[in-house]
Design a protein around this ligand. Structure first.
Ligand code: EPU
Length: 434
C-alpha cells in the first residue's frame, strides 16, 4: 500500500491544472448504457473510481477504451447481463447510477445496494421512490435491488427532497431513467449541482429532451431512443477548491488553471470573509498566499451552498486561522473522521454533534496520519504542506479515488511530496494499518 511523505513548510509557486470532474464523469459514463451507439468523452480523469466503474460497465456489456488523444469512448455491445455485483458496487457509490439507465433501456436490472461508508449511512430510498414513481416494480432481495419495468417506464411527477436537501446521484438515476420513459417526467427538488447539469448536457447531446437544466425543476420529455455523442466533462470544482486552499495556505503565488470559478461561489464568499487574497479570472484563480486567514464559519449545504466535499479541507485552513470558527456539516453529519487526525498534527478541534469548533493555532506539526476517506485525505495532504516537519499520510488509495496525480501536480509547484510503498514505512507505523 502506498503512503505520501510530505516535508512541510515549502512555499508553493506556479500553475496547477485541474482535471475533469470525477463526480460528473461517473454518471455520464453510466449514460453510455442508454444507447448502443458510441459515446465519446473528453477530459475523463484517470482515477481509481473511474477504473472501477469501467470494470462494472464491462460486466454489463459496455466496452471502453482511452484513445491516444486522451478521450474515452464507451459502447454497449451486449445487454445480456444486467447484474451489478456487490463486490464491485460496494467499492464505490457512484456506480449505483447504473440502475436507472439499465431499467430504462433493458427494462430490468439487479444492482447491489451500495451500503454505508465512513462518511455516514447514505440511504438510497429516494432513488427507489423515484423509479417506483416511473412505474418500476422494485423489491430488495439478498442485498440487491431487483427492478423491472416489463412494459417500459412512464413519465411521472417525482419529488426528490430529503432532510439535507436533494440527492445528487438520485437525481442522476431518475433523470437518466426518464429520458427513455413514455411521456413527461417532472423532477421537483432536483439536485442543482454542476455535475447534474453536466449530465443533463451530455444527455441532451445524446438526443434527450430536458428543460430546466441547472434548476431544481427538471422536465424530461421521454424519447424512443438516444444516440451517440461527444461530450467534454466539466473541470473538478472540488479538486480546484482543494488546490486553491493549498495555494492560499502554503503558497506565495499559485494559479489554479482550467477550472470554472462560477461553480465555486460559496468557497469564494467564505474566503473573502476570511480575508484571503485571490483574483478570479475567466477559467483560473490566482491565489496569493497570506496567512493566517481570519477564522470564518462554514455550514455545508447542497449547491450553490458550501460543498460538503470541501468541508475537511476548510477545517485544515481553519486549524491555522486567526481565531475560533464553527464548521457545521448538514449533508453527512458524521463526516468528521479527519478532525482526530488533524488534532494529531496539533489542531484544536472540539466536536459537538453536527458541528466542530476549531480554535486556530499558529502552526501544525508533521505527524503520521491515516486517511479515512477521499476528502479527508486531501485535507491531510494540505495540512502536511503547511505543517512544520514531516507528515506521512497513510491509506493513500483513498486519495487516488479522486485526485489525479496529486503528488506530481503539487511537486511541480514546489511541494516536497513523495509517494512511497508500504515497506518504506517503519514497522511501528505498518502495525497501525493492520
Ligand atoms: N439521501 C437520502 N436518501 C437518498 C439519497 C440521499 O436521504 O436516497 C441523503 C443523504 O444521506 C445525504 C443527502 O441526501 O444526507 C445528500 O446525499 P446525496 O444523495 O446528494 O449524495 P450522493 O449523491 O450519494 C454525491 C457525491 C458525493 C457528495 C454528495 C453531496 C458522487 C459519486 N458522490 O453523493 O461525493 O458528497 O453527492 O454533494 O457524485 C466525494 O466525492 O468525496 C463524495 C462523497
Amino acid at each position: 500500500m502506498d503512503i505520501l511523505r510530505i516535508r512541510g513548510g515549502l512555499k508553493l509557486r506556479g500553475a496547477i491544472d485541474v482535471s475533469g470532474s470525477k463526480n460528473a464523469a461517473l454518471p455520464i459514463l453510466c449514460a453510455g448504457l442508454l444507447t448502443n451507439d458510441t459515446v465519446t468523452l473528453r477530459r475523463v480523469p484517470k482515477l481509481r473510481d473511474i477504473d472501477n466503474l469501467l470494470r462494472i460497465l464491462a460486466e454489463l456489456g459496455v466496452v471502453s477504451d482511452r484513445r491516444a488523444d486522451g478521450s474515452l469512448f464507451v459502447k454497449t455491445e451486449s445487454e445480456s447481463n444486467s447484474v451489478a455485483s456487490y463486490e464491485l458496487v460496494s467499492t464505490m457509490r457512484g456506480s449505483f447510477t447504473v440502475l436507472g439507465p439499465m431499467l430504462a433501456k433493458r427494462r430490468s436490472a439487479r444492482v447491489s445496494l451500495p451500503g454505508g461508508c465512513v462518511i455516514g449511512v447514505r440511504p438510497v430510498d429516494l432513488h427507489l421512490k423515484g423509479l417506483r414513481a416511473l412505474g418500476a416494480e422494485i423489491r430488495l432481495e439478498d442485498g440487491y435491488v431487483v427492478a423491472g419495468a416489463p412494459r417500459g417506464l412512464r413519465g411521472a411527477r417525482v419529488f426528490l427532497g430529503a432532510a439535507a436537501g436533494s440527492t445528487v446521484l438520485g437525481t442522476a438515476n431518475i433523470l437518466m431513467a426518464a429520458t427513455l420513459a413514455k411521456g413527461t417526467t417532472v423532477i421537483e427538488s432536483a439536485a442543482c449541482e454542476p455535475e447534474v447539469e453536466d449530465l443533463c448536457r451530455c444527455l441532451v447531446s445524446m438526443g434527450a429532451r430536458i428543460e430546466g437544466i441547472g434548476s431544481p425543476t427538471l422536465v424530461i420529455h421521454g424519447v424512443d431512443e438516444l444516440h451517440g455523442a461527444t461530450h467534454e466533462v466539466i473541470p473538478d470544482r472540488i479538486e480546484a477548491g482543494t488546490y486553491i486552499l493549498a495555494g492560499l495556505l502554503a503558497g506565495s503565488e499559485v494559479e489554479v488553471r482550467n477550472c470554472r470559478p462560477e461553480h465555486m461561489g460559496a468557497l469564494f464568499d467564505r474566503l473573502a470573509d476570511a480575508g484571503a487574497n485571490f483574483k478570479l479570472n475567466d477559467k483560473s484563480v490566482a491565489c496569493f498566499g497570506m496567512h493566517p486567514l481570519r477564522a470564518t464559519d462554514v455550514t455545508t449545504y447542497p449547491h450553490p451552498g458550501f460543498p460538503t466535499d470541501l468541508q475537511a479541507q476548510w477545517m485544515t485552513a481553519m486549524s491555522i486561522a486567526d481565531g475560533v470558527s464553527m464548521i457545521t456539516e448538514r449533508i453527512f453529519q458524521d463526516r468528521y473522521l479527519h478532525a482526530a487526525e488533524l488534532m494529531r498534527m496539533g489542531a484544536q478541534i472540539r466536536r459537538d454533534g453536527p458541528c466542530c469548533i476549531v480554535r486556530g493555532v499558529s502552526q501544525l506539526s508533521g505527524a503520521p496520519v491515516m486517511a479515512s476517506d477521499l476528502r479527508a485525505s486531501a485535507a491531510l495532504v494540505v495540512a502536511g504542506l503547511v505543517a512544520k516537519g514531516e507528515t506521512i499520510v497513510r491509506r493513500v488509495y483513498h486519495i487516488d479515488r479522486g485526485y489525479e496525480e496529486i503528488e506530481k501536480k503539487l511537486s511541480a509547484i514546489g511541494a516536497d511530496i513523495r509517494r512511497e510503498t508500504e515497506h518504506a514505512v517503519t514497522g511501528v507505523e505498518a502495525a497501525v494499518e493492520s
